[in-house]
Every structure is written in C-alpha cells, then in structure tokens.
Write a protein that binds this ligand. Structure first.
Ligand SMILES: Nc1nc2c(c(=O)[nH]1)N[C@H]1C(S)=C(S)[C@@H](COP(=O)(O)OP(=O)(O)OC[C@H]3O[C@@H](n4cnc5c(N)ncnc54)[C@H](O)[C@@H]3O)O[C@H]1N2
Ligand code: MOO
Ligand SMILES: [Mg+2]
Length: 650
C-alpha cells in the first residue's frame, strides 16, 4: 500500500461555556492537534467537521447522527459532558446511538488516565460503532481529552477499517510494515484473508465482544428487567438494514416467461431494429404516392411472409400488400383496400389485374420505417429494473433478438416459527394453551406473492439447543432467515441470546419505536463466507406480518438488486378519526381511489391490537401515523397521511 489511508474526523465540543464563547474551547483544538500529529505518511486523519454545542441531549444526538449517517465520517470524537456533573449527559445521549458498543476503547482510555489520577475512575466514557462510524467520547479538559485520545488513536484506523466491512488488511499491512513482525492482529488472531469474500471476512475481536442479552443458562431471577436494546426509529432501522443487505451476484438466463420477477444486472439494448424492414401498417396496395388517384396494374403481391428479396415498383404500378408485408422498393405509400375498387381481373377471374386508387396518398402513409418501433441501441430494461408480470419487457427483448440477459441472483428465504405453544395450523384439535401457527403460513404466502424462493423450517420449540440447531441448519441453506416469536422480555424469549451467544451473530437492533413490532430484531452472521441476514420478528401475528412488509421485503428487494427497493408510498385521506399511540403506528387500512375527490381514501381495518390478525384482512396499506404528543392525541377524519402500499389497489 503506497497510498496514505485517509480517515475523516469530526470533533464535537460539548460545553455550555464554550458554546457561549468559542474562544473558551481549548479541547477541540487540542484534539485537532493530536489528530494532526498522529497523521503519518501511511495514515492521515483529516478533521473535516467541528462544532461546539451546549450540554443538550437532542443537539448532541442530532449532530452525531448527521455526522455518522449523512456525512459518513470515519471517526467522531466528542469532548465534554462525561463526568458526574448534573449537566453531564454526553454518555446518555451517545449510548443509544451506538449500534455496537466498544467498552475496550473506553477501558483503554480510562486505564491510561488512572495511571495519572484516581479521579479518572469518575469518567463515564462510552464508545462504539454506528453504521460505519467509530464514535468515542473523551473528557472535557484539554489534558484529559489529549491523553485519552492518544491512548487509542493508533487502533482507530483498524476499527474504522473493520466497521466499514473491511478485513483490516490495509491496517495490518501498515502495522506490519511498522513492526516488521508477523501477521497477527492486535488481539493475537491470525488473520486469513479471503480475497473473494474479503468484505465478508469474519473478524472477531473477543476482547471487544460484549453481549446485551442475558446468559442462556441464567435463572429467571437474574434476568434483566428492562430491555438492554436501545429503542431506535424505523428510519434508523431501515438504514441499518440497507447497509447490510448486499446483492448476491448475477447469472445469465434465457429470455422467456421465467424472467418475470427478476431484476436486470445490466442495461439491455436492442440488438436489431423493429421492424427490420419497411412494413405496411394496413392491408391494401403499395403505390408511388405522386402517381395520385387513378387506375393501375397490380404487378405483384407482398404478403407478410418470408420473401427472397424486395420487389421493385415503378411509377404507374401498384402491388397488393398485407399488414406487416415488406414495402416494395420504389413504393412511397400504402393505400387501404377500402379506398380502392377492382377494375379488371385475369382471364380465369382469380387474380386482380388492375385496381382503381380513389385517394391521394401522402408520402410514407401507412408505412412503418425500419426501427421506427424500436431502433438498434434503444435501452429496453435498465440495470436495477424489475421484469414485470405485465410482460412488456419480455416482449420487447424477444422482438429485438436479445436471447439471454444478466440478472441478479434472487435471495432464498427461510421461515420458521418459534414457541412451545405453537402447533401446526392443521392440527385436528388443540390442547389447552396451544395455538395454531398463523405466522409461518402468512410469511410463506408473503414470500410467494412477492416472488422470492421460500424454504419452510417449521416450528421450533423454546429450547436453546433445538433453536441453535435449526437456526444453524437454516442459515446454511438460505440468504435471509425470518423467525417469529421469542424476541421480547419473557423467560422463553430466547432468540436474542441464542443469536448473540450461540451463533455469534451481530445483533444490529433489538427494539424499535413503532407499533406493532417493538421487539423486532435484526442480526447478521457470516455463514459459508457470506453475510446472511436474520430477521427475528415478534410473535404477535400482526406484528410479524407488518414488520415482514416494513423490513424484510425491502431487504429482499435490495438484495435482489432492485434499484427502487423501498415500498411505494401514496398520500391518503383518513375516513375516520384515529387515536394516536405513544409509539409511531403502522395502522392497517384499506385504501381506494375516490374519483370524485381525486384522492385516495383510507378506511381503518378496526381494532389494531397486535394479536388481532383480522386487522390484516382486506388491508392494502399501512398508514404511517405519528406518535402521540401532548399537542396531538388524535388524527381527525380528513387528515392526509402517508400510506405504504403493501397490497393491490382495487
Ligand atoms: N414485559 C414486556 N412484555 C412484552 C413486551 C415488552 O416490551 N415488555 N413487548 C410486547 C410486544 S410489543 C410484543 S410484539 C410481544 C412480542 O413477543 P415475542 O416476540 O417475544 O413473541 P412470543 O412471546 O413468542 O409470542 C407473543 C404472542 O404471539 C403468539 N404467537 C407466537 N408465535 C405465533 C405464531 N407462529 N402464530 C400465531 N401466534 C403466535 C404467542 O402465542 C403470544 O401470544 O411481546 C409483548 N410482551
Ligand atoms: O409492538 Mo408489539 O408488536 O405491539 O405488539
Ligand atoms: Mg415473548
């Protein structure tokens, strides 16, 4: 690696004093100097963002979110607000933003400071990863800020490299060049780099691996009584999913009806013109337009069929022609048979000999020029576009001689239900406490109607070993695994700890600010060298259905290569008053177009409790309703809301 690795940095000073008077900010400039001094030939830190704000929870979150989610900075360092002062809220503001925590970084910083002062024990530093950004908090004093950053600055490039999905190879190479020892990374792991799946290389740093879930073997008395998973917004969740859903590669397939539902992996152009020859649009006579009306001899016939060569027509002659027939050379128009009359026939009366043309033809009238429907080089389907069931794309591809195309591989989905109480829906009789599995049939059906290949892994009991076995089996066969049940706070809600601890999956989020679907969990795992996605949806049937549309379907569409993988949204007018829930709600409704009003009308499907699957019947849209506030408790009839289309418009 001869080129320097560049790392973009943002420094956020959090201090009431400094925000009132920026000249009082000494820590921000100090940190900038530390980054400057740490920049070497091979590694350069570029401080491209800096800001000074007061100890304001929302402001801290907004800036850090913008810098990581929108500006995609590699490293964000905050200084200030990490102590025991009443106003110090930096860790509280930062922690919920961290998708993965890295206590090791804070530990390294605090250990360094402890060697200088016992007061370092009062430091409440947090650090971790959000998307591809490493976020660290350091104290507000310039001295503390400097020594803490210096304690970890050398590991930051490696952390960034890994957070960005890399193997750490670049950094290893540089570290090796500096240390000229061996190929072990800092945690002592031998790194094997697989070039083909480099970005999927599993790289566990056990020292930084921390679990949010309870241990699998612990007694119920020791369970956490509050969910340790930060509650993030639906938009944040969709961003995280999008960052993890990757295209699987492409294959070449023949052009036929099986192309429906596939997404093009290349722009496809017309190879041949349509029509390939000048063709008649009507049944009639090819004429020389300038001849005008009159009686002409019929010197030939051009039917739509194979012909050895183009006929030749001279002024004063006409040929009979059928729709699609090649226009003879020299002909400049076609006159419809309705605008002619027969004048004379052959002796046997079977052939036309001369015909009267009644009208003045215009030049090129009723003639389709070569390529006038589709010219060579026209883009027929673009990369990222879906071949639809309407069939237009397949028809055009067929017409222009494109016999095969490259399409993206479609993900294979696995579906399973969990729960000791759950039995197959077609059991003849239920025992007390049993319920019929409705989630799996629903999700299998959704997979089918949305055109993905679905594998059924049945019902798994709430048993860690069985769960682990089936999850592993399923993950060896699918690209995306969808489970339902077992993700909330009950003692048999085993999905999170099993994923995290037995499968070593990375849980990206485990709680969402939404109704239904609060405990929706999203994880990834490296299996067979590929990054596989795991959606552990809540067991409540409506929650499972709604979240499969909101999260699983867009992910599948993104993996399948859709350019536009989000579900379509229209605006609809509420037909009834709706009381708001504290959480933003995805309210099931039937929407239909009202021609008199010129807009969509939304009718609620009724009681929205997460167990009432009837609320999904006849539902074709999820209304995005805001969370309740003191000012807004209800949306009244007539309010326009966003409606996510999940079904057909009738
Ligand atoms: N103390 C708390 N309890 C609950 C919370 C919470 O935050 N704190 N969240 C509630 C929310 S919101 C939801 S949603 C559910 C999610 O529950 P789980 O994902 O853990 O699912 P289970 O406990 O396994 O089952 C919940 C419910 O759904 C029925 N179920 C499960 N699987 C199926 C299936 N395949 N087909 C039909 N019905 C199914 C199950 O019998 C339960 O009635 O947790 C709340 N609790
Ligand atoms: O969020 Mo749960 O999904 O209300 O029922
Ligand atoms: Mg539960």
């Amino acid at each position: 690696m001869s080129q320097a690795q560049q790392y973009s940095v943002g420094i956020l000073t959090i201090s009431d004093t400094a925000s009132a008077d920026s000249t009082k900010d000494l820590s921000g400039p100090t940190l900038k100097t530390v980054f400057k001094q740490a920049s070497k030939e091979k590694i350069t830190f570029n401080v491209i963002k800096s800001a000074i704000i007061s100890d304001d929870f929302e402001q801290i979150q907004n800036i850090v979110k913008t810098w990581s989610d929108n500006e995609n900075l590699d490293i964000v360092v905050t200084t200030g607000g990490t102590g025991f002062g009443v106003k110090d809220i930096t860790p509280e503001a930062i922690e919920p933003l961290l998708q993965k925590k890295s206590p090791g970084i804070a530990y390294a910083m605090i250990t360094t400071s402890l060697q200088k002062t016992p007061f370092a024990a009062l430091s409440r530093l947090v650090s971790g990863v959000r998307g591809k950004t490493i976020i660290i908090t350091v104290p507000g004093s310039p001295k503390g800020a400097k020594e803490n950053l210096e304690a970890v600055i050398n590991v930051l490039p490696h952390a960034v490299d890994l957070a960005k999905g890399g193997t750490g190879e670049n950094v290893h190479a540089q570290l090796n060049a500096q240390k000229t020892n061996n190929s072990k990374d800092e945690s002592g792991h031998q790194c094997v780099h697989n070039t083909k799946h480099e970005h999927h290389h599993k790289h566990e740093h056990d020292t930084t691996r921390s679990f949010l879930s309870d241990p699998l073997s612990g007694p119920v008395t020791q369970r956490q009584r509050k969910s340790p998973y930060p509650m993030i917004t639906v938009d944040e969740a969709l961003n995280i999913i999008a960052n993890n859903a990757e295209i699987l590669g492409s294959i070449t397939v023949p052009v036929n009806e099986n192309l429906v539902g596939m997404v093009l992996a290349e722009d496809v152009y017309a190879k041949e013109p349509v029509p390939g020859y000048r063709a008649s649009i009507v049944d009639g006579y090819a004429v020389v337009a300038s001849d005008g009306p009159g009686i002409y001899p019929v010197v030939g016939v051009s039917i739509a069929n194979v012909q050895s060569d183009a006929m030749q027509l001279k002024p004063g002659q006409i040929t009979r022609i059928t729709t699609g027939g090649p226009i003879p050379n020299g002909a400049t128009a076609v006159v419809m048979v309705e605008d002619t009359s027969l004048v004379s026939t052959s002796a046997d009366g079977l052939q036309e000999e001369s015909v009267k043309i009644h009208v003045q033809a215009r030049n090129n009238e009723w003639i389709r020029e070569i390529g006038s429907d589709t010219s060579v080089g026209t883009v027929i389907v673009r990369k990222g576009e879906l071949v639809t069931a309407v069939g237009g794309e397949i028809g055009v591809l067929s017409s222009v001689g494109v016999r095969e195309v490259r399409v993206y591989k479609r993900p294979v989905i696995g579906i399973l239900s969990t729960g000791n109480e759950v039995v197959n829906h077609n059991e003849p009789e239920l025992k007390y406490g049993q319920i019929r599995d409705s989630n799996r049939p629903t999700l299998l059906a959704i997979g089918k109607i949305t055109g993905f290949e679905v594998k059924d892994f049945g019902i798994v009991s709430d048993n860690v070993q069985e769960l682990e076995n089936v999850l592993k089996l399923a993950l060896s066969q699918v690209d995306v695994l969808v489970t339902t049940g077992g993700v909330s706070m009950g003692e048999f809600d085993l999905l999170k700890p099993t994923l995290e601890r037995s499968l070593e999956a990375t849980i990206h989020f485990g709680r969402l600010k939404m109704k239904p679907g609060k405990p929706t969990t999203f994880a990834t795992i490296i299996s067979d060298e590929y990054k596989k996605l795991i959606f552990s949806l809540p067991g409540n049937p409506v929650s499972a259905t709604v979240t499969s549309y909101l999260f699983v379907l867009p992910a599948l569409r993104k993996i399948a290569g859709y350019d536009n993988w989000n579900l379509p949204i229209v605006q609809a007018e509420l037909s009834n008053n709706i009381s708001l829930d504290p959480r933003p709600e995805y309210h099931r409704a039937t929407i239909s177009y009202d021609y008199t009003k010129g807009k969509f009308l939304a009718v609620s499907t009724g009681n929205q409790i997460s167990s009432r699957l009837l609320s999904m019947c006849s539902c074709n849209a999820l209304l995005k309703l805001p969370g309740k506030t003191d000012q807004l408790k209800e949306l009244v009839k007539g309010t326009m809301v966003d409606a996510i289309l999940i079904g057909q418009l009738n």
